[in-house]
Design a protein around this ligand. Structure first.
Ligand SMILES: NC(=O)c1ccc[n+]([C@@H]2O[C@H](COP(=O)([O-])OP(=O)(O)OC[C@H]3O[C@@H](n4cnc5c(N)ncnc54)[C@H](OP(=O)(O)O)[C@@H]3O)[C@@H](O)[C@H]2O)c1
Length: 278
């Protein structure tokens, strides 16, 4: 059995599947894992972790949605002979302070950064693809977004850039050891501007409406989002309103030697693929 496998967790998710494809193309042996992947991996069931870690040198770690399990996972990884961990976290994680947002990612950072292994932390801002692959997609298809986002802009990052950075870091042992990369797009824009760009590129009459945090949380639950997830997303908007994570960074250029993709590039691509058509 090879001892140079890269274990990709969250392999069916937005970053994991993009990272796995890039690594395979480079010829890296990949073990794609999640609850529904061929290699079964469940954060709530540690009995399966050792099998997933066998022969693994490097892990792309998408954390669980609750704080805690990554500590035990890192201990198992060390015992299994893993050498490197690349963790997906979130933009400005050490500025989130008393916010209830991202306790899952902060716990995972503690576990990874406290380990004896070589580690790198990736901290992307909100993904552009949240508008066509995640929580903002359904309301856009229904005609528009109603958010408590206000005037503070967000430096949306294209998931293709997050995956390019992750695959590059995973492929370059040593060079990114102990580094925390803050990853953003090239400019920050408000949600109202984002919706306007999507409306223009797709030719659809999409609207943006400002609502209160309480109204937004209630609407998410009504749409079928769990209360925990609704509170998590609302806490994110509360945090964004503070303005401390609204700035752009040079993380993508530092790793890739080129600027990040623009939001407009994303919008054109997704509109051409019919992402928001009814
Ligand atoms: N969305 C954003 O704008 C944004 C921005 C910055 C950071 N982040 C962070 O990015 C992370 C999410 O990454 P992502 O967007 O690539 O993933 P994702 O699209 O949310 O997908 C989640 C992945 O995790 C797997 N998964 C879910 N529950 C699991 C469990 N109990 N055990 C094992 N695997 C499980 C899922 O596959 P199965 O269902 O097959 O298990 C799936 O592959 C979160 O930590 C989030 O906070 C998100």
């Amino acid at each position: 059995m090879s001892t140079d496998i890269t274990l990709v967790l969250g392999a069916t998710g937005k970053t994991g599947r993009r990272v796995a494809a890039r690594l395979r193309l480079r010829g890296t042996p990949v073990r794609a894992a999640s609850r529904s992947s061929r290699t079964r991996f469940d954060w709530t069931d540690p009995t399966g972790w050792d099998a997933a870690l066998e022969g693994v040198s490097t892990v792309y770690l998408v954390p669980p949605t609750v704080p805690g399990p990554v500590h035990e996972f890192v201990a198992r990884a060390e015992a299994a002979g893993v050498r490197r961990l690349v963790l997906l976290s979130g933009h400005g994680a050490d500025t989130w302070g008393d916010s209830t947002f991202g306790l899952d990612m902060r716990s995972a950072e503690d576990a990874v950064r406290g380990s004896a292994l070589e580690w790198t932390v990736l901290r992307p801002s909100n993904f552009s693809q949240d508008f066509d692959e995640d929580v903002f997609h359904a309301p856009l298809v229904a005609g528009g977004l109603a958010l408590p986002a206000g005037e503070v802009p967000e430096p949306f990052i294209d998931l293709e850039d997050v995956a390019d950075v992750a695959a590059t870091v995973l492929a370059e042992p040593g060079r990114h050891a102990g580094r925390v990369y803050e990853l953003t797009g090239p400019r920050a824009l408000t949600f109202a501007e984002a919706v306007e760009l999507i409306a223009r590129a797709s030719g659809l009459p999409l609207t943006y409406k400002q609502v209160s945090l309480a109204e937004y949380t209630a609407a998410l639950v009504e749409q079928g989002v769990s209360e925990t997830e609704a509170e998590h997303v609302s806490a994110m908007f509360e945090l964004m309103a503070r303005g401390v994570i609204a700035g752009t960074t040079d993380g993508v250029a530092t790793v890739l030697g080129r600027p990040p993709r623009t939001f407009e590039e994303y919008v054109v691509r997704a509109a051409a693929a019919g992402a928001w058509d009814r």
